[in-house]
Design a protein around this ligand. Structure first.
Ligand code: FES
Ligand SMILES: [Fe+2]
Length: 421
């Protein structure tokens, strides 16, 4: 991993001249036409993370994923050979949705040896082959081999399951991710199967919420409660992240914090003191064995967290204290999206480990709600401003600037050439 020290002169933003320094338009968050363009150019071209291998830990385990932005539902399954596969969740007889439980639009998961359509009972093996047709003799020249489930490109990196909805993805998954992300492959994600999942339907464009997690400029003012009253004056002087890095359409920012031995002085809720845990996770870090591969690429001192933003809609937030978070932002229209947040921890070994994890989860929810609380008003404001929605972004908002440019570039590129890489 090459080191990327803070530029000796100028700003982080000027270090990446392609992103520019002018005001940034948020037309891309209010325009139904741009949303239609994004659907084709971004969400049907980029590799999309839909889950983790722990979701399909055993042969026969499956889950479904609704991807409204691509107008489809997918089945992700580990077949009897152990391969993770993805298919459109559509029966080849007459298009019935194949896998669902009580509500056809709701996601579901489980374990099975075959998928059976609820409509006329056609049956498919876990590798997608059509294996049974009710009253097959009444069809005309039906070749079952021609009517398997429609596959979707699917690949796994570091336990993250990605799909690509293009007929022919222009790049492999590892080419798409690039070295800044693939350097993380040795990080012990698999040692953290203990998880807490949240999702929320939010009335704003997916990029508006994603932006809230791409800069820490807002932390001192929006998250004032993060500091004890004594520490607030210091906090209000402002925040600086010590490292930013861009790589293709992906980006990351690292943060540092006070030394961990001083942490208790920075927490203010009694429950944090009792459980020895807070927003930054449990204080007693698990032993993850050695260097945390690919993390802290800037080699900053007092490293606290890495926030990797993987194009288009995935964030992996790795905490120095031995746990990680995943966020996904799934557009459902030009001004709505579904947010998913999952916290991953190593298995709790004691009751106090569990209490510490659960306190971290509660604190996460509190802070996520502080971020989410601004969103509907922001979308309303963007809609009201319309064409005038150009905003000045500062050096700490480099990732915001780069994100909107990356989406715009993908749309322009696709409209010019019909493919994206
Ligand atoms: S639509 Fe599935 S069996 Fe008829
Ligand atoms: Fe925030």
């Amino acid at each position: 991993m090459a080191l990327f020290p803070k530029p000796a002169e100028g700003s982080w933003t000027q270090h990446y001249p392609d992103v520019g320094t002018g005001p940034v338009s948020y037309q891309d968050c209010i325009s139904p036409e741009f949303y239609e363009a994004e659907r084709e150019a971004v969400f049907k071209q980029a590799w999309l993370n839909v889950g983790r291998v722990e979701d399909v830990a055993d042969k026969g385990r499956y889950f479904t994923k609704e991807i409204e932005v691509a107008n489809t539902s997918l089945i992700i399954v580990r077949d009897l050979e152990g391969q993770v596969r993805a298919f459109h969740n559509i029966c080849r007889h007459r298009g019935n949705k194949l896998v669902w439980n009580d509500i056809p639009s709701a996601e579901t998961s489980g374990s099975c040896r075959a998928f059976t359509c609820k409509y006329h009972a056609w049956r498919y093996s876990l590798d997608g082959s059509l294996t049974f047709v009710q009253q097959e003799g009444e069809f005309f020249d039906l070749e079952k081999a021609d009517y398997g489930l429609v596959p979707v490109h699917c690949d796994v990196w570091a336990g993250f399951i990605f799909v690509n909805l293009a007929k022919e993805p222009p790049t492999t998954l590892t080419e798409f991710l690039g070295s800044m992300i693939t350097d993380l492959a040795g990080y012990p994600f698999e040692e953290m199967p203990e998880r807490y999942d949240f999702s929320a339907d939010i009335d704003c464009n997916w990029k508006v919420f994603l932006d809230a997690f791409q800069e820490y400029y807002h932390v001192p003012s929006l998250h004032t409660q993060e500091a004890t009253p004594d520490a607030r004056p210091q906090m209000m002087k402002g925040f600086e992240a010590p490292h930013y890095q861009l790589d293709g359409p992906h980006r990351m920012v690292s943060t540092s914090s006070v030394p961990r031995r001083l942490w208790p002085a920075n927490f203010q809720y009694p429950i944090e003191m009792e459980t020895r845990s807070g927003l930054f996770g449990p204080w007693n870090e698990p032993d993850l064995g050695g260097e945390l591969s690919g993390t802290n690429p800037g080699r900053i001192k007092a490293w606290a967290a890495d926030n990797f933003q993987i194009f288009p809609n995935l964030e992996i937030l790795i905490w120095a204290s031995g746990w990680y978070l995943v966020y996904r932002y799934w557009p459902t229209s030009h001004n709505t999206h579904r947010f998913e947040g999952t916290l991953f921890f190593p298995p709790a070994k004691t009751a106090s480990d569990r209490a510490a994890q659960e306190c971290a989860v509660v604190m996460f929810k509190e802070f996520a709600l502080q971020d989410a609380g601004t969103l509907v008003g922001t979308q309303q404001g963007l809609d009201a401003l319309g064409d005038s929605s150009d905003f000045p972004l500062n050096d700490q908002e480099l990732l915001v600037r780069h994100f909107h440019k990356s989406v715009a570039d993908w749309v322009a590129n696709y409209q010019g050439s019909g493919v994206n890489a």
